[in-house]
Design a protein around this ligand. Structure first.
Ligand code: PMP
Length: 320
């Protein structure tokens, strides 16, 4: 799909995967005016093809667009386009348990003009790739480094938009994290103590029987898996608090033995149990470094809904 000021979005087309040609002065290269999304299609147990909450992804794409001064997309048209694209070849969706088709919609600013101003031209594309099971050998806890030098986002910035610069800004911290810590947990950019999120996951903690997760504060991504977990937990009668949580509160709960579980949520893994947090040289081992009961139940339920082996009480799955 192309965009031109005055003409709007136009020329939808499906083409074979191939390199594209851009002018070296295209604004996206210089000023980072770009947004993206990530979602999955599944082959369900009965052989049908289903998308998981795709309306949420296109709604979030438009929120990111708004923050990056990119014109909005017609969400229903974008979803219809995605369905057409997937329908081209149903065989590229793998059927084995745990596998899926990863879908990456994105927009880039293509106007070939240097000068800091919103582009007059854009290109919206969707690329797709089959992905294998995230946990080929069973759900596996990760070790996470709590970052104290760099920050990812600040109030009023672009932290709640899914835009390239947020990820570029995080690479160095990930690279410098001590060995064995594959991911970085970000703290807020002002007080440098409130939990924000992990590279591509929202964070949850189970403290003394209650689940807490950072409130949407404008600098973390509004995760669709995060929303789904909150809904499932509430449905089950497990209390969930969305509020500020400091790293000191987590360290204290660890010390007094009330930190029962920690987990990250995101499209790729669904759930990543956190077995250990590394904070200022201290190793906080959580739940004996093993997957917690609640994490396992959430994982089984959500992946079951996605595969069509569990009831879908919220109508999340959209059949093609
Ligand atoms: N935070 C960030 C920064 C992310 O990139 C992602 C992945 N999209 C998430 C959280 C989790 O969001 P979702 O559950 O929608 O995948």
């Amino acid at each position: 799909l192309d965009y031109e000021t005055g003409k709007g979005w136009h020329s939808p087309r499906v083409v074979p995967y191939q390199p594209i040609t851009l002018d070296p002065a295209a604004k996206v290269f210089h000023y980072g005016q770009t947004v993206f999304e990530g979602l999955k299609a599944f082959k369900t147990a009965d052989g049908a093809i289903s998308l998981f909450r795709p309306d949420m992804n296109f709604r979030r794409l438009n929120r990111s667009n708004d923050r990056l001064s990119i014109p909005p997309l017609d969400e229903e048209l974008a979803l219809a386009g995605l369905k057409t694209l997937i329908g081209v070849d149903a065989d590229w969706i793998p059927a084995e348990e745990g596998t899926s088709l990863y879908i990456r919609p994105f927009i880039i600013a293509t106007q070939p003009t240097l000068g800091v101003a919103p582009s007059r031209n854009y290109l919206f594309m969707i690329i797709l790739s089959p992905v294998g099971a995230y946990y080929a050998e069973g759900i596996n806890p990760v070790k996470i480094h709590v970052e104290s030098d760099y920050v990812r986002a600040v109030p009023g910035g672009v932290g709640n938009a899914k835009t390239a610069g947020n990820y570029a800004a995080g690479l160095k911290a990930q690279e410098e994290a001590p060995q064995g810590y594959s991911q970085v947990l970000w703290l807020d950019g002002v007080h440098r103590k409130y939990i924000e999120e992990v590279g591509s996951m929202n964070m949850f903690f189970k403290i003394n029987g209650k689940v807490v997760t950072p409130a949407l504060n404008g600098s973390i991504l509004e995760g669709i898996t995060r929303d789904s977990m909150i809904r499932l937990l509430t449905h089950w009668g497990v209390p969930v608090e969305q509020r500020q949580i400091s790293i000191d509160e987590i360290a204290e709960a660890h010390r007094d033995g009330t930190l029962e579980e920690a987990f990250g949520t995101g499209t790729a893994a669904v759930i990543s149990p956190v077995g250990e947090l590394h904070w200022q040289g201290e190793k906080l081992v959580i739940g004996g470094g093993k997957t917690g009961e609640l994490s396992a139940r959430l994982y089984d339920t959500l992946t079951g809904i996605q595969r069509g082996t569990e009831p879908d009480p919220f109508g999340w799955m959209v059949r093609l």
